[in-house]
Ligand binder design. Structure first.
Ligand SMILES: Nc1ncnc2c1ncn2[C@@H]1O[C@H](COP(=O)(O)OP(=O)(O)OP(=O)(O)O)[C@@H](O)[C@H]1O
Length: 634
């Protein structure tokens, strides 16, 4: 017998033993040993156990559920019937679902029969194979294989998803709840007791949140009760009250915690003590206490002084509108870094493009984002996470921080707190086994001169275009609303906010009119004298419209905006733009479909017609999933 390699030795201690091809795949990935969560979860989930798995971010939970699912489907006595589903993996966001699908494909590349299906399904590979390479190997009927299908929503219609399912006879579905439900609602998709094996909820506590409740309930009602269910997350214990909803049967709880020495800068006297942590040991969890107006100057200094210089940074903001605003001003301040915005209100196309741009960028770059990118994303090169302020939902905290310091790599997560009551957040986190320590190095020493200089720069950008001013006002209002909804409401109180300093921090040209400022008696103009009547939009059409309104009746000269039905113009315009966009999208899809059909042989067409007949019966409803993921982003 050939001597075992190091990889085989480490992984082969698992029982039941993994298949040869899985060991080959792991070996190619250079994972010399299973991570603790893989060691604990793979044997149990490969057996007949339901599992609830909590392990720190970046600890390899994805393979901990993918390997058992695949192994079990490939150990069946006979292949699943056509259009029968063997396993479903649900994820709260498209990006995460896509990532799980990618990891699964990289695993299946090593399973020849499944890989052959992937090849023939991929048009490019198939074409190339007829031209240069030999055709993919044929396997005898009855060969077991895993065929995954990714369901995301966005620009793909439910009918197209069904078409892909029927054509590929996929047996593992990966997707977001809304689109999965659409597919499962079709009478052509079968999940009977005899075939359905496992359901996985990745980021389970998020999926058990109220926002997903209805979809999840409906999905569960379409699955057999006798199945294996796996719940995975770095914060699943936050959802214990909800677990019963998932119908777990005597689940085994697996909790992989980290023991670490308490860092300097935590509670006095605790330094060096061993403590349980819910964050990876390789991730330095830090905070800074600064007035709001010192935060961006501190970030500027940090990025310039941290060694080695951060290459990929995630900068979390509370709302989509804050992202929409700061994407215009940060490039001016954080020069040398590409600022890439990403939030749930972006069109699907923009969201995908910007995400890829960040992942692929070779220069220092900052993903400016909301909690849409808080969970699950595995981009190993991220070395720094910045939180302008803590997330409204405290369980999101460890997920945001956990985008850095993954799989043993060093990472740094810094949370900004303002002096006063917010400092209690440090103790609040400690109780939740998420200790954070004051960042003492590099020493930033931000002065009011630094803050004034940054505010001036921001304001200079805002003054270039009234559209940016609008975004600033909107971004700020949405931020205040998010702040007021913080679940740690005794720590984050709107009444404690320092409005003038915040105005400076955001580079506002005046404080917006908002109910939260009713009792504010300070300077709403923030010390500036600006003639808003002459403050123009760069966009000529918009400016002409503004001027027309300004010169017309019912105009507040100071605001330069229409009185009465506030916001009516913008709203109707927005509605028209959306309708136009939908029309354009529909036309594009039709053209793409036409091009696809025109390339088909008559036989393929006939098959297509047959499929279409089946698809006609499917509800055509495009689900707006993004809003759910945003939760509190106004
Ligand atoms: N056995 C292993 N050895 C080394 N690296 C591994 C191993 N298993 C997985 N990894 C790598 O660890 C990284 C994190 O894995 P994964 O994304 O599954 O983490 P996770 O626990 O799901 O994190 P999160 O809670 O943030 O979703 C990935 O880049 C993955 O390739």
């Amino acid at each position: 017998m050939a001597p075992q390699t190091k990889v085989e030795r480490q992984w082969s201690a698992l029982t039941p033993p993994l298949s040869e091809w899985v060991l080959d795949a792991i070996s190619a990935m250079r994972f010399t040993k299973p991570t603790p969560v893989q060691q604990a979860a793979i044997p149990l989930f490969m057996g007949n156990k339901d599992v609830v798995v909590e392990a720190v971010t970046g600890s390899g939970k994805t393979l901990a559920f993918l390997i058992p699912i695949v192994e079990r489907l490939l150990r069946l006595d006979a292949p699943l019937k056509k259009h029968h589903v063997g396993a479903i993996i649900i994820s709260p966001t498209r990006e995460l679902a896509t990532q799980i699908h990618t990891v699964l494909l990289s695993l299946l590349k090593f399973h020849a029969p499944s890989a052959a299906v992937m090849k023939t399904d991929d048009g490019e590979d198939a074409d190339m194979s007829t031209a240069v390479a030999p055709p993919p190997p044929k396997f005898p009927p009855g060969t077991l294989k895993v065929v995954p299908l990714l369901l995301l929503g966005g620009s793909v219609t439910p009918a197209q998803d069904l078409c892909a399912f029927l054509k590929s006879s996929a047996n593992i579905l990966i997707g977001t709840p809304g689109r999965l439900l659409e597919l499962l609602s079709s009478q052509h998709v079968h999940c009977p007791q005899s075939s359905f094996d496992a359901l996985v909820l990745d980021e389970a506590d998020r999926l058990l949140d109220l926002g997903f409740k209805d979809d999840l309930q409906k999905i569960l009602s379409r699955l057999p009760k006798q199945r294996r269910t796996g719940l995975f997350s770095a914060s699943v214990s936050e959802a214990v009250d909800q677990l019963v909803r998932v119908g777990l049967r005597n689940p085994v709880r697996i909790a992989v915690k980290v023991k670490a020495r308490a860092a300097l800068g935590g509670i006095a006297g605790d330094e060096g003590k061993i403590e349980d942590k819910r964050t990876p040991a390789s991730l330095q969890m830090s905070y800074l206490v600064l007035p709001a107006s010192h935060k961006i100057p501190a970030i500027k200094k940090l990025l310039a002084t941290l060694q080695p210089q951060p290459q990929k940074t995630i900068f979390y903001l509370a709302t989509c509108y804050s992202v929409d605003y700061l994407q215009h001003v940060l490039p001016e301040i954080l020069k040398g870094h590409s600022i890439i915005p990403l939030h749930g209100k972006h069109l699907d196309k923009v969201r995908r493009k910007n995400f890829s741009k960040f992942v692929d960028s070779v220069n220092p770059s900052i993903l400016l984002t909301t909690d849409v990118a808080a969970r699950g994303l595995d981009i190993p090169a991220i070395d720094l996470v910045l939180q302008f302020d803590p997330p409204s939902d405290p369980k999101t905290f460890i997920h945001r921080c956990g985008r850095a310091g993954r799989a043993g790599r060093k990472g740094l997560a810094i949370t900004f707190l303002t002096p006063g009551r917010e400092e209690n957040y440090v103790d609040f986190l400690r109780v939740r086994q998420t200790p954070i320590a004051l960042l003492t190095s590099p020493n930033l020493n931000i002065t009011s001169i630094d803050a004034d200089a940054v505010t001036k720069k921001i304001r200079d950008v805002v003054r270039t275009d009234r559209a940016i001013y609008d975004k600033a006002q909107r971004g700020f209002v949405s931020w205040v609303r998010a702040y007021s909804k913080h679940s740690a409401s005794s720590i984050f109180r709107v009444t404690d906010l320092q409005w003038e300093d915040l105005g400076q921090a955001w580079g506002l040209l005046r404080l917006p009119a908002m109910p939260e400022l009713k009792r504010f008696e300070g300077d709403r103009k923030l010390g500036l004298e600006i003639d808003f009547n002459t403050f123009a939009y760069k966009d000529k059409m918009r400016e002409t419209q503004r001027l027309a309104e300004l010169n017309g009746a019912g105009v507040d000269k100071e605001e330069g905006k229409k009185l009465g039905k506030k916001g009516e113009v913008a709203w109707t315009q927005k509605k028209e733009q959306r309708a136009e966009r939908d029309l354009r999208r529909e036309k594009k899809l039709k053209k793409r479909e036409h091009d696809r059909l025109s390339k088909m042989t008559p036989e393929e067409r006939a098959e297509e017609e047959k499929l279409r007949g089946m698809i006609e019966q499917v509800r055509e409803k495009v689900v707006e999933e993004e809003e759910e993921f945003e939760g509190f982003s106004d």
